[in-house]
Design a protein around this ligand. Structure first.
Ligand SMILES: O=C(O)CCC(=O)C(=O)O
Ligand SMILES: [Fe+2]
Length: 248
C-alpha cells in the first residue's frame, strides 16, 4: 500500500459476488448452527473444505479483484499482479465450543520466503463483528523482522496434509514471544460489501470468535509482478496443487 498504515478498505463495485457467496454458505451450512457446534473437528473441516472448493470454482479471487480493481490498482500503482491460486474460506466456530480454528498473530513471511512483499485481501461474509474479527497490530508492518522473536511449535489442532491444512490452518504455530506489543491489538472492522487489503507484514490474526455464531470470511494474497521471484516459491500450495501465486 502506498499509505502509511499499510492498510486500506475498498468497497466492491457490485454486491453480486456476496449474493453468490452467501448462497454457497447457505448450501453447505444448511443445518442449525448448534449442529455444527457439536461436530468434531474432522467432520466440520470437511464441510469447510467442500464450501471452499465451491467458492474457488466460481473464481472468487478474480471476481473480488474485478470489484475493487479501480482503487486497488491505484493504491498498488500497478495492475500487474499475481494472485494466490486459491482463496481460503474461514468458518470459525465460537471459541467456547471449539478452539484452534483461528490463526495466532503472524506475518505471512513467518511461513514462507518471498512473502514480505505480498498483500492480504480479507473479506468478511457473515457473522463478523468487532468481537470476532481479525485483529491487527497498527503500524507493525514497520517492525524489522530481526526484532521479532518467534517460537515454533507443532499445532495441537491441525496435522500436515489434513483438512485443516487445506483450509489454511497451521500445522506448525509460530508464536511471537517478543518484539511486538500485542496489547495494541485492534479489531479490523470491515463493512458489508468491502474488502480490506493490507501489507502481509502488518501483524494480524488472533480472530478468536467470542460470539455465539460462526464467523465466515475469505482471504487470499496478491503480489506485484515486479516483486515476485519464482525461485522463492519452490513449494506448491498444498490446497490448490498449483504454484502459490498465479496469473489472475
Ligand atoms: O481470517 C483469519 O482468521 C486469518 C486471515 C489471515 O491470516 C490472512 O488473511 O492472511
Ligand atoms: Fe495471514
Amino acid at each position: 500500500m502506498q499509505n502509511r498504515k499499510g492498510i486500506d478498505i475498498f468497497e466492491h463495485s457490485s454486491n453480486k459476488n456476496f449474493e453468490q457467496i452467501n448462497t454457497i454458505i447457505g448450501h453447505f451450512f444448511n443445518l442449525k448452527e448448534s449442529v455444527y457446534f457439536k461436530m468434531n473437528s474432522d467432520d466440520y473441516r470437511d464441510i469447510v473444505v467442500s464450501a471452499q472448493k465451491k467458492l474457488n470454482s466460481i473464481n472468487i479471487i478474480k471476481k473480488t479483484i474485478k470489484n475493487i480493481s479501480e482503487e486497488l490498482f491505484y493504491a498498488l500503482d500497478t495492475d500487474k499482479i499475481l494472485v494466490q491460486s486459491l482463496a481460503y474460506l474461514r468458518a470459525t466456530r465460537p471459541s467456547n465450543v471449539k478452539s484452534g480454528e483461528f490463526i495466532q498473530f503472524h506475518r505471512e513471511s513467518f511461513f514462507g520466503k518471498g512473502m514480505e512483499k505480498c498483500f492480504n485481501v480479507w473479506t468478511p461474509i457473515k457473522g463478523v463483528s468487532e468481537k470476532n474479527s481479525l485483529n491487527i497490530i497498527p503500524m507493525s508492518h514497520r517492525i524489522p523482522l530481526s526484532k521479532i522473536k518467534l517460537k515454533r511449535k507443532d499445532s495441537k489442532f491441525t496435522k500436515r496434509y489434513s483438512a485443516g491444512h487445506k483450509i489454511g490452518l497451521l500445522y506448525k504455530d509460530m508464536i511471537i514471544t517478543s518484539g511486538v506489543d500485542l496489547k495494541k491489538k485492534t479489531p479490523l472492522v470491515v463493512k458489508k460489501n468491502h474488502s480490506a487489503v493490507f501489507e502481509c507484514n502488518l501483524i494480524h490474526g488472533s480472530a478468536e470468535n467470542k460470539t455465539n455464531k460462526i464467523r465466515f470470511s475469505y482471504d487470499f494474497r496478491i503480489i506485484r509482478k515486479k516483486d515476485y521471484n519464482k525461485n522463492m516459491f519452490k513449494k506448491q500450495n498444498f490446497a490448490s496443487g498449483k504454484d502459490y501465486f498465479i496469473e489472475l
